[in-house]
Design a protein around this ligand. Structure first.
Ligand code: NAD
Length: 472
């Protein structure tokens, strides 16, 4: 990964409130010229993003490796190709998305026609998280550009290689007069949040989500909050054990080593079935990551020592060592924690109270599989909920009765790749959604337009409201 430093040269200078105000003013002036509204501008910027991904794929993978030791194939599948396909979809569908939608009118307006016209919101702010730092930055920007907005992206300072690569690449490939990257942490984000935006799109945790929403409220700025939570996987006993184990592993450890918003946070299964599930997980974990997972190149590391210590302290909580049925090894030097499974941890422990966001997997057992619904309902609505069963009735009940941002039946995480599905949370897991056309809509105002001619000007609606008119 020696070439990364050659690519990442530009450093964004310190950025304060005054500079933030000037930036927004400049972008607003440029937005007001109408430049970003044209199909040509939008398509050219989207094509530039697509070209940027093609030409800099290697540098992006290197930055992701530098920030998270993200395995190259995982980086490619989860971030690079996923972002590219979103961009290609926007390029392909842009004309359709931009086309006004004709709707029915009523007898009251006869003769008339009506349309829903999409209008860009203006100058929007995208704040992203560190765990999928390329995808979570570029995917919303694609929506913002497709919808014709000027946009400022603030990537996460906790993934500094990707952040500075994004700053460099955006200035190289995109229209700098309307699309900018501002790097930084809390002070820079605070300076940005103090400005008046037309939308703020935030990906991160609920604590900062509240700060973002409070700042937005001062200007009545609409927000999208893409937050996290504890995503459960409920596992019935009528399943193909090997497939379930592989898909849980894929949605936990092969997904940024558990540092994923829709990764499996905890598993619920029946008392009788738990040991079979654990055995299957152990077998497949060994196949995937070998005898010594701390040495595996196919596992991302923990992002930094703050998060390493946070996870370690969950493991070191009173009595927790006795609950470990697999893993538990840690290496502070390498910031690695092996895939760790714990059985029947107490509900009061921090592992069951907080979003884990790491490679620890508690398994909770219940008497009957239906009891798992109550476990899920006792917690805040998650960003994703998973069910493994062949039982169609149970599947139906789960979809109907479990409130969650999204649901995966007999798989984990993959629903995020379906561009025709909205991606977003509900309750504590977020507000609003994006992906595919939903991204376009999230960054558009839907303007209702009624067209009339001068014909059909009935007296009926005008005063004086005579008794005769009332009879009609
Ligand atoms: P975070 O909330 O700590 O940070 C997110 C962004 O907010 C970063 O850009 C950061 O610089 C900024 N920020 C941090 N503190 C701030 C403050 N006090 N004031 C203003 N801005 C501040 O989140 P994170 O640690 O980067 O990401 C992890 C969280 O994000 C998890 O909860 C995870 O579930 C969630 N997440 C959600 C999604 C999703 O798509 N819904 C995706 C990834 C991560």
């Amino acid at each position: 990964y020696a070439t990364l430093s050659a690519v990442v040269t530009k450093q964004t200078p310190a950025f304060d409130g005054k500079e933030a105000a000037l930036l927004v003013e400049e972008l607003r002036i440029n937005f007001n010229t109408g430049r970003t509204k044209s199909y040509e501008w939008r398509i050219s910027q989207l094509q530039n993003i697509s070209r940027m991904i093609d030409e800099k794929e290697r540098s992006i993978a290197e930055a992701l490796h530098q920030d998270l030791s993200k395995p190259e194939l995982e980086a490619f599948l989860a971030e690079i190709s996923n972002t590219k396909s979103s961009c290609m979809l926007a390029i392909k569908e842009l004309k359709n998305w931009m086309a006004p939608e004709t709707v029915k009118t009523s007898v009251t307006t006869f003769p008339s026609s009506a349309q829903i016209v999409s209008e860009p919101l203006g100058v929007v702010l995208v704040i992203s998280a560190w765990n999928f730092p390329f995808l979570l930055s570029v995917e919303p920007v694609i929506g913002a550009i497709a919808a014709g907005n000027a946009v400022v992206l603030k990537p996460s300072e906790i993934a500094p290689a990707t952040s500075s690569l994004l700053a460099k690449l955006f200035s190289e490939y995109l229209d700098e007069s309307t699309i900018r990257v501002i790097e930084g942490g809390v002070p820079e984000t605070t300076a940005l949040l103090d400005q008046k935006w037309d939308k703020i799109f935030f990906t991160g945790g609920a604590r900062v989500g509240r700060i973002v929403m409070a700042a937005a409220a001062r200007n009545l700025t609409p927000v999208v909050l893409e937050l996290g939570g504890k995503c459960p996987a409920l596992v019935d006993s009528d399943v193909n054990l090997q497939v379930v184990a592989r898909r849980i592993i894929s949605g936990k450890w092969a997904c940024n080593n558990g540092q994923a918003c829709i990764g499996v946070d905890y598993v619920i299964t029946t008392k009788d079935f738990a040991s079979k599930l654990i055995d299957a997980l152990k077998t497949e974990l060994k196949t995937f990551f070998g005898e010594n997972p701390l040495e595996s190149k196919d596992l991302s590391r923990i992002v930094n020592s703050f998060h390493f210590k946070r996870l370690e302290s969950m493991l070191k909580e009173n009595g927790m060592a006795d609950k470990i049925v697999k893993g538990g090894q840690t290496s502070e030097d390498k910031l690695k924690i092996s895939p760790t499974i714990l059985l029947d941890v107490p509900e009061a422990c921090s592992m069951m109270q907080e979003e884990i966001f790491g490679p620890l997997l508690p398994i909770i057992t219940v008497q009957k599989i239906e009891d798992g619904f109550q476990v899920i309902r006792s917690k805040a609505k998650p960003l994703a909920a998973y069910l493994f069963t062949d039982n169609k009735e149970l599947q139906k009940k789960f979809v109907q009765d479990v409130a969650a941002g999204g649901i995966g039946i007999n798989d984990t995480v993959l629903h995020v790749t379906v561009k025709d599905l909205p991606f977003g949370g509900v309750g504590e897991s977020g507000i609003g959604a994006y992906h595919g056309k939903f991204s376009y809509e999230t960054f558009s105002h839907k303007k209702g337009v009624l067209y009339r001619s001068f014909a059909g000007d009935s007296d009926l609606r005008y005063p004086p409201y005579t008794p005769k008119k009332k009879m009609v």
